[in-house]
Design a protein around this ligand. Sequence first.
Ligand code: J2J
Length: 547
Amino acid sequence: AAQPDVDHVPWPPELAAHYRAAGYWRGQTFGALLTSVADAYAGRTAVVGEWEGETHRWSYAELDERAHRIAAGLRALGIGKGDRIVLQLPNIPEFMSIVFGIWRAGGWPVFALPAHRAAELRHFATQSEAVAILTVQRHGGHDYAGTAREVAAEVPSLRHVLAVGTAEFAELAATQPVELPDPDPSEVAFLQLSGGTTGLPKLIPRTHDDYLYSVRESARICALRPESVYLAALPVAHNYPLSSPGVLGALHAGATNVLCPRPDADTAFRLIESERVTITGVVPPLAAAWVQAAGRTERDLSSLAVMLVGGAKCGRELAARIGPALGCQLQQVFGMAEGLVCYTRLDDPEDTVLGTQGRPISRDDEIRIVNPDNPAADSTDLVAPGEVGALLTRGPYTIRGYYHAGEHNATAFTSDGFYRSGDLVRRHPSGHLEVVGRAKEQINRGGEKVAAEEIENHLIAHPGVLDAAVVAVADEYLGERTCAYVVPNAGKQPTDVELRRFVRERGVASYKVPDLVQVVSEFPVTGVGKTSKRELRAALTALAKDR
Ligand code: J2J
């Protein structure tokens, strides 16, 4: 059934009342959280990070002050209540002050990643009707401010391009703090990005109430304390390093956040040693690279107590090597920006930690494992206990609908409000979930999600391409890579180099550019005449075996 086209689909009132009564939703905003943490831990170090070759170290009092000034500066520009701001920042200290500054101004960050390019920014800005893009100038060889200005020229709602490092931003960040009204904690706080399965990624509206609950519980489950030091190794705007337990979990605990500028082992190990990092979170390929590097490093990694691994499946073999190699405890995490996050617990038996992706945060996370062969299976079409099925979930921090996506919501959610995660899982008697596969049109490239249809649409825009189908191909390092099958237009024979360059020049993140291109004369079809991706994947497997 079609759903209303709204900012955020509310939870049913009786459930919302239950979530409040149970103490999950506490009516606190992120701005108020920072105020209370800064009161309790004023002199403790909140953020350590590098910017323009220098290390910066801010106490909680200083972070608090900076966030107040940025909020006032945004207000002075006329940016305030409910305004969307596309935020595209690398892992720099200002990420923290800016996000809290936007929250205090009443605005909603739209969390773009540094890898995104013009096509994606244009979509986020258009979809959210953003008033500003806030980014850096040049960084890592890319002209972020230039791309932002290019996008701003095309999207009518965009009134400002602000870039950290400019005199204009320095002035904004020096504005005299003003008293500002606290936003409604039950309202949307920000828009997160979905990994996506359709043409363009959907925006995920998260409220202060629901997100803070997941952050608070994540901090508890990962045993964060004021003495903890969290290393944000992944791009910090992503839901995982942001909240599982992430920089927000660490902030909630009054702990120190170290923003890692690059995730390579050399950089991370240097910071683990110098900042005495106690906890971090990575994706499986990175865990594998660190495990390897640990064998030959001179760095002292002894402070590291916990390493989370998630975002993509961490196989048992890799899982078993992490603890011994890095001298820490492994914690598996299986989460999604739409909500549900599962962790193995620090006191779980070893077999559970190595062989499952954890159990949900909340006793009110509802899990249904349903018929995997029926994409429309509802929450009553259950598989037998212990069998593999498609994961549906709803709960106190899982969205009920994407931002302004009434039509898509009708299929992405069941009629009784369960989110169709598209993941194939098995539930162990302990309640832990084991992720065994995926039933969605998405490639998980070492934790970076690629929606098949998004890339197919870019490929089809090429004059030499009649049809395109993007599938996953197994990869030793990344777990999966992308393979684009292409049927050429009559008389044309585009090369793989040309097609890859074409996709890149359309302005997409480089992780979405097809790793492999296979030109074929036609696609295998299913019984109903649809392209059979199952057969395309099987053909790739056969190809790999022949080599
Ligand atoms: C297998 N697949 C996994 C895992 C995520 C914490 C951790 C990760 C994310 C994340 C997150 C997986 N094993 N351990 O938001 O808060 C795949 C699933 C899932 C999708 C969600 C967090 N951990 N996945 O990865 O929104 O397919 O969030 O549905 O980017 O990643 O992707 P995303």
